[in-house]
Design a protein. Structure first.
Length: 336
């Protein structure tokens, strides 16, 4: 119990420090949202006077108080559930987050679980067949795919599967159907809408799985090889237990132990790890909104997105600690 109390206290202290650092760093960034908005309007063909007048309607959303007063108001807003209005979108930040979070959770949760499952299965197989052709091929694929940035893989997939082969749409979250690019599907709990959502999510899902599966594969292979050298595995083999039972009960369960904690942490990083993927595919999750906010220096929207990311990361690390201590009581006893 003392261990849980300590970890909970650390959680809140970490979250408070993270929120404070994010708030002040965002406002120390170079660039002014008003100047950037005026520039954008002028690039669209507006004269300077017309651009100033167009931005005048947005100026009331730009905070003009001293930074320390803005910080106090921001903390009060968090307690009330009010994160302010987006400077450039003139929409409450909570509304934007409420729209973007479900799309991000949808795409990353499926991608993460898929890449984790494939990585674990292939990692065990590569460990048992280490030194073989398939093991070398899988290890090479994992190393190369893990080293490639997600935005590079995403661009390649767009060029190959969207532009050249025309198998999947290159952007959007829903709207068209396979084989019917002129169709327009309205949101709703219908079969067409569900098909359209998965159709548009295909390339982002493939990009995420391709760039993350290699890490799980190599980690599981390394963990499995380490477990295979333990004495209890040798003893089980000497007893003549079936190979399948040894692989599942003795090897697989213990090799998965460190990966479960890593999976719990990865669930928290899902909100911040898809910025480039969502931007490339114009997928309207919070990653694309964060990219927009950084580009136009939208302080309130950036603060709201970073708040969600911070809470998710800190909470996932806390969950990983609890999970690992549950799976391995030695961790909890050592901490106490």
């Amino acid at each position: 119990m003392n261990w849980i109390v300590k970890r909970t206290l650390v959680l809140f202290l970490t979250l408070a420090a993270t929120i404070s650092i994010n708030f002040f760093l965002i406002r120390l960034m170079p660039g002014n949202p008003v100047d950037i908005l005026i520039r954008d309007y002028m690039l669209m063909g507006y004269s300077y006077e017309e651009a100033v007048n167009a931005v005048a309607a947005i100026v009331p959303f730009v905070p003009d108080k001293p930074v320390h007063e803005q910080f106090i108001d921001y903390l009060k807003g968090i307690l009330r559930g009010d994160l302010g209005k987006s400077i450039t979108l003139a929409t409450p930040v909570t509304v934007i987050l409420g729209y973007g979070i479900p799309w991000t959770v949808f795409i990353v949760s499926i991608s993460l679980l898929t890449s984790f499952t494939l990585g674990v299965v292939l990692g065990i197989y590569a460990a048992y067949r280490r030194g073989g052709i398939l093991d070398k091929g899988l290890s090479m694929f994992a190393s190369v795919s893990g080293a490639l940035p997600a935005y590079v893989v995403g661009v390649l997939f767009v060029l190959a599967f969207a532009v050249q082969l025309d198998w999947f749409p290159a952007y959007g979250t829903f709207g068209t159907l396979p084989g019917n690019p002129s169709a327009h599907v309205e949101p709703g709990f219908t079969l067409d809408f569900i098909v359209s959502v998965f159709y548009h999510a295909a390339l982002p899902l493939l990009t995420y799985v391709t760039t993350t599966m290699g890490g799980w594969l190599l980690a599981m292979k390394s963990s499995t090889i380490s477990v295979l050298g333990e004495y209890y595995v040798t003893a089980a083999e000497a007893r003549g237990l079936p190979e399948r039972r040894i692989a599942l009960t003795y090897v697989g369960r213990n090799a998965l132990l460190p990966l479960f904690a890593r999976l719990a942490i990865s669930l928290g990083y899902m909100f911040g790890g898809v910025v480039f993927i969502e931007t490339i595919f114009s997928y309207r999750g919070i990653g694309s909104f964060l990219s927009h906010a950084i580009g136009v220096r939208d302080h309130t929207l950036m603060s709201g997105v970073f708040l969600v990311i911070s809470i998710a990361v800190v909470a996932s690390n806390f969950a990983a600690d609890l999970l690992y201590s549950r799976l391995d009581p030695r961790i909890r006893l050592a901490a106490d």
